[in-house]
Design a protein around this ligand. Sequence first.
Ligand SMILES: [Zn+2]
Ligand SMILES: [Zn+2]
Length: 456
Amino acid sequence: MSTITFTSLGQGPDIGSNCYLITHGATSIVLDCGLHPKKEGLESMPNLDAIEEPPLAVLVSHAHIDHCGAVPRLMKRFPSVQAYATQPTLSIMDRMLHNSVSVMGTLSMERGIRDYPLYSHNDVEMVVRRTYGLDFEHEFALDWNSPIRARFHPSGHVLGSAGILLQMPGHTLYYSGDLCMNDQELMPAMAAWNGMPPVDTLVIESTRGAQDDDGQKQTFEGEIERFASAVEEVLVREGVALVPSFALGRSQEILNIIARLMGEGRLPEVPVYASGLGRAVYEIYNKYTEYLRPESNLRPLSEFRRIGDVWERSVRRELMKSPCIVVATSGMMVENTPSAMIAQEVVQDPRHGIFFIGYLDPDTPGYKLLHANVGDEILLEVSGHPVEILLENRRQFSFSAHASREELCRLVDRIAPKNVVFVHGDPEAVAWMNANCSGDYNRYIPPEADSIELDS
Ligand SMILES: [Zn+2]
Ligand SMILES: [Zn+2]
């Protein structure tokens, strides 16, 4: 038997800045180290001050910023710490973190956020140099003289995403990361659990814990059909379909769905545009096609046009002149991002359509726009003017890259651990999981700024 200590360093009880400290004897290990997507400056950081001794390693489950955005700060604070990720995650992290530095630089100028940028391009380069990129299902030691072994298990969420198996003497832990249990257009579902060792402690995400999908469950294909009809309707009346999309995962998936629908004759052949960071990540998908579904036929990036400088009104206006589909970041239409800049034109003409394909936080312009009435005004550019919404056709589709709560509970039963810790969810989501995933195991919701002791 062996006891470990689990501490959630993320600030606040929500999806937040994912960062978990595992202590086993004198050794500590950090799982993920992300920035809170809704907070700014130092407030978006996990509480790294709670880590007293240099950790042995930080293991990164995937390259979304809420899971890896604070790794440069952790490595600056503890120069001896070693980082590990899958090879594709390392490549994507490189692009995402450099992009973060640029975004933080812009925000510091535009909004005067003093703490920004939280790190520099040099710091990111140091992270990339000091991170080992590993294959899936390859067991490795965290240090030459450490008995602790780890392994990345494919989690089906985005390219490179993994659950992390941590085998410490007398205690085995599995951290799910973000996971998806059904095939997407490109990504295969989370790998089967067969052949995995018995787990003492399971740390599992709860993203969709508050979403009741029973009865109204849309199949992936059914949702694609609804999406295709909506886009077709816009194109037929010579409009533009704007699809705000997350740079990592959603963008590559939806571009390939659109290309397939056109190939099948389900959508008219019109130009399809893709914005900057989504294109950069697309190139990495192209490098690692062996991790995609064998039957997925990843289109060459050259099939999708560049949008051009969205800060130029003439460029945006030109885009509105003939029917097309525009896939642009950010997915929640955060102010000043390509999707928000383009939306300033799109909302002014009732022929067009705006189709959200992912989660929308209630505080974001995307959510406000989806729920606004015709005639309302919306601000999409920080130092710009609000624009009047004349467009009625604003809709949301569900292409989640996260498992449903029923699937998560079935996975807990399948793994049959001794302890389960529910993380990565709003308070209602985590509470639902804690109340409903009932089996012969101890259940925990991590207390804020406190630790839990877990026996094997
Ligand atoms: Zn994620
Ligand atoms: Zn996440």
